[in-house]
Design a protein around this ligand. Structure first.
Ligand code: S3P
Length: 440
């Protein structure tokens, strides 16, 4: 059954919250754990639908995975060549990361596999991964528009590649590197702008020799992965909704605990500081090889900015939340060089523009961004287009709206942020799940 949210002006978030584990790290930990020798213990695992889909697929491929306690995941690795094929389709659900990284892993296997996804994932571009994998010797069929399902044929051997990514994409980089584990010789990936480096860091933690620096990674096939322990930091992208909420709602003072602060993820903090936000990092430390800090966020008046294009890849998942901050700012915010937003879980430029206009905010779409005029949110019904981050962003907007905001179709919030409503309410926001309306 469809579910909506009803939200209205709430109190400024106060107190302390800890958001769930990082989605990118959780996906990769299951994948490398499955391909490693020995048992990998993942602490702080994200129990979201996306990462559970990845775990389910590895179970289908013969890997034993246990979850003895909430957010604890034990992966009994089968080694690089231990996966077993299945005639069943492998359902990635809503997860672009799951499908693209799995394409890399499965491209090198000696069995056929078929990757499918939900309606949103089935619209997303896959040639960006199938092109380089094909150049490495994989045989993969896509749908006619280069979209899922992906049919991967049994491999008769992959060759290393020296690949310059046409778009800044950690998923494409990771797919090529994971296929590189199975390839003869050297695989090199060069990026137009550095993206999140979790695959590189984690390969090193699992003992695979890899050379990497921002924008560059190189490895050779034919080594082995050794099981390890992975501590998953709290997901910066989930924290982002609370960072923006505490910034825009008067009276807020919120502490977010142990947030992953990988510099390739935290562009939103820099953009919000340029707008005048009050975000302090405390207790900065290294946790299992990843930078982590507590964030203390207080309400602040914001002013519009031109978002520096260099920050875009470092905040690629945070634009829905940034658009809400921009709508609360004095003056105009300009986003450019962000065309990738059009091929996320929804077309995030179009979906945010529609929702913001519904609530009375002036926004002009451009092919690669938007121009947003600060204003005040009114009431209305916003369609999330099944996009988790759009739904959570408008839940934040509602907290400073002049009337009630209804957000249609929020089920996909469970893909990345189980328990969002509970945490939002605990922090003082006003948000209730209700039976779905016929908004569209
Ligand atoms: C991700 C990379 C990004 C990001 C996604 C997670 C990852 O996608 O948007 O949510 O875990 O590698 P792209 O590689 O398509 O930019």
């Amino acid at each position: 059954m469809r579910q909506d949210w009803r939200a209205a002006a709430g109190g400024g978030p106060r107190g302390t919250v800890r958001v769930p584990g990082d989605k990118s790290v959780s996906h990769r930990a299951v994948m490398l754990g499955a391909l490693a020798e020995g048992t990998t213990e993942i602490r702080g695992f994200l129990e979201g639908e996306d990462t559970r889909a990845t775990a389910r697929i590895f179970r289908q491929l013969g890997v034993r995975i246990e979850t003895p306690a909430p957010t604890l995941c034990m992966v009994h690795g089968v080694g690089l060549h231990g996966l077993r094929g299945t005639p069943d389709t492998l359902d990635c659900g809503n997860a672009g990361t799951g499908m693209r990284l799995l394409a890399g892993v499965l491209a090198g296997q000696a069995f056929d596999s078929v990757l499918i996804g939900d309606a949103s994932l089935t619209r997303r571009p896959m040639r960006r991964v199938t092109d380089p994998l094909t150049a490495m010797g994989a045989r993969i069929d896509t749908g006619p528009a280069g979209t899922p399902p992906l049919r991967l044929h049994a491999s008769s051997g992959l060759q290393g590649i020296d690949y310059r990514l046409p778009v800044a994409s950690a998923q494409v980089k990771s797919a090529v590197l994971l296929a590189g584990l199975y390839a003869q010789g050297e695989t090199v990936v060069r990026e137009p702008h550095p993206t999140r480096d979790y695959t590189e860091r984690m390969l090193a933690t699992f003992g695979w020799p890899i050379e990497y620096r921002p924008g560059f990674a190189r490895l050779r096939g034919g080594e082995r992965l050794v099981a390890t322990r992975v501590d998953v930091p709290a997901d910066f992208s989930s924290a982002a909704f609370f960072i923006v909420a505490a910034t825009v709602i008067p009276g807020s003072e919120l502490r977010l605990q142990a947030v992953g602060m990988n510099p390739r993820r935290t562009g939103l903090v820099q953009a919000l500081r340029l707008m005048g936000a009050d975000i302090r990092e405390e207790n900065a430390r290294d946790d299992g090889g990843e930078p982590v800090a507590d964030l203390v966020v207080r309400h602040a008046a914001l002013r519009g900015i031109d978002v520096p294009p260099a920050l875009v890849p470092d905040m690629i998942d945070e634009f829905p939340a940034l658009f809400i901050a921009a709508a609360c700012a004095q003056g105009r915010t300009v986003v450019r060089d962000a065309a990738e937003l059009r091929v996320k879980e929804s077309d995030r430029i179009a979906t945010m523009a529609m929702g913001l206009r519904t609530l009375g905010i002036a926004i002009e779409e451009t092919p690669d961004g938007a121009v947003i005029e600060g204003g005040r949110f009114g009431s209305g019904t916003v369609d999330s287009h099944d996009d988790h981050r759009i739904a959570m962003s408008f839940a934040v907007a509602a907290q400073v709206a002049d009337g009630e905001v209804r957000i249609a179709d929020i089920a996909n919030v469970a893909t990345s942020f189980p328990g969002f409503v509970g945490l939002a309410v605990q922090a003082g926001m006003t948000l209730t799940a209700v039976a779905g309306s016929d908004a569209r």
